[in-house]
Design a protein around this ligand. Structure first.
Ligand SMILES: Nc1ncnc2c1ncn2[C@@H]1O[C@H](COP(=O)(O)OP(=O)(O)OP(=O)(O)O)[C@@H](O)[C@H]1O
Ligand SMILES: [Mg+2]
Length: 269
């Protein structure tokens, strides 16, 4: 069962229990996933939603994870975002093994390390834009004046300085998604994890939101974007394609979409 926590991200209950937290070491990779599996219904009817996936992501990369429906994107996103733990394999996030943590420990990691942007925005309707952006900062124990300052800065950053006190119902879809982006970046987490961020938007708002996400990457943030849409994926610097729970192709960092191969996506992967 899912319920929504302070930073708008769903938490999962019924988790495996705890092992001792490792000392954080200086890590070459921000994300270092080695041979992870996620197996639902082990036994005869088992589903290998992730089937021996390894992936390393350095600081400052902009990676799109693409795949068709049922390929394992959401399952992978849940792992990357520390919303779920793998059946087997390891996940080091900034040097810390997060593949065997308890619910509370995962929640703390999420709050500090990951800014989430969801397809459905996940804003709290009764709160203003500023209050929505401030929520994860409250859970970090930040004082009121610092919180107000960071929330205002983040909302101005996404072009919503004139909508600080509007509630989600008083804003367009594109504006709501920009509030969610402000919430994701306000505390300056090392990773921005976006799950189909343009999925509920009209094409104009989608372009606006992608423009902001690209700028966040250019400013040095690490961005991981999950999508089924190749036209969204190719705006990233690296495309990882997932099929039947495993990585089918990975362009590697520094990838640039070749416009001349526009009609032959396979030529780009
Ligand atoms: N809780 C679950 N129990 C059993 N099987 C599951 C569960 N969640 C997902 N699956 C299966 O795991 C596979 C991957 O599912 P996942 O939701 O990760 O796909 P997806 O790529 O996100 O698809 P979509 O684009 O439709 O959202 C699918 O075959 C799905 O049926
Ligand atoms: Mg999905």
């Amino acid at each position: 069962m899912y319920y929504y926590s302070n930073n708008g991200c769903p938490s999962v209950d019924g988790r495996r229990s705890v092992k001792k937290k490792e000392e954080a070491l200086p890590a070459e990779y921000l994300v270092d996933i080695e041979h992870i599996f996620k197996i639902y219904n082990p036994g005869e009817n088992e589903v290998r939603a992730l089937d021996d996936v390894s992936l390393q992501i350095k600081r400052g990369e902009f990676v799109a994870i693409v795949g068709q429906s049922g390929s394992g994107k959401s399952t992978f996103m849940n792992m990357l975002g520390c919303l779920d733990v793998p059946t087997a394999g390891s996940y080091h996030l900034d040097g810390q093994d997060v593949s065997r943590l308890s619910d509370d420990e995962l929640s703390e990691i999420r709050n500090k390390q990951i800014g989430f942007i969801f397809q459905g925005f996940n804003l709290i309707p009764a709160l203003t834009a500023t209050e929505n952006v401030e929520l994860p900062l409250i859970y970090r124990g930040m004082g009121a004046s610092e919180r107000h300052r960071l929330a205002r800065e983040a909302l101005e950053r996404v072009g919503l300085g004139h909508r600080l006190h509007h509630r989600p119902g008083e804003m367009s879809g594109g504006q709501q998604q920009r509030v969610a982006i402000a919430r994701a970046i306000a505390a300056r987490p090392p990773i921005i994890l976006a799950d189909e961020p343009t999925g509920n938007l009209d094409s104009h708002s989608g372009v606006e939101v992608m423009k902001i996400i690209k700028e966040l990457h250019q400013e040095g943030r690490t961005v991981i974007l999950i999508t089924h849409d190749d036209s969204v994926a190719r705006q990233a610097q690296r495309i990882v394609r997932i099929t039947d729970g495993h990585i089918e192709s990975d362009t590697g960092a520094g990838y640039r979409w070749d416009e001349t191969a526009e009609n032959d996506p396979a030529a780009n992967c």
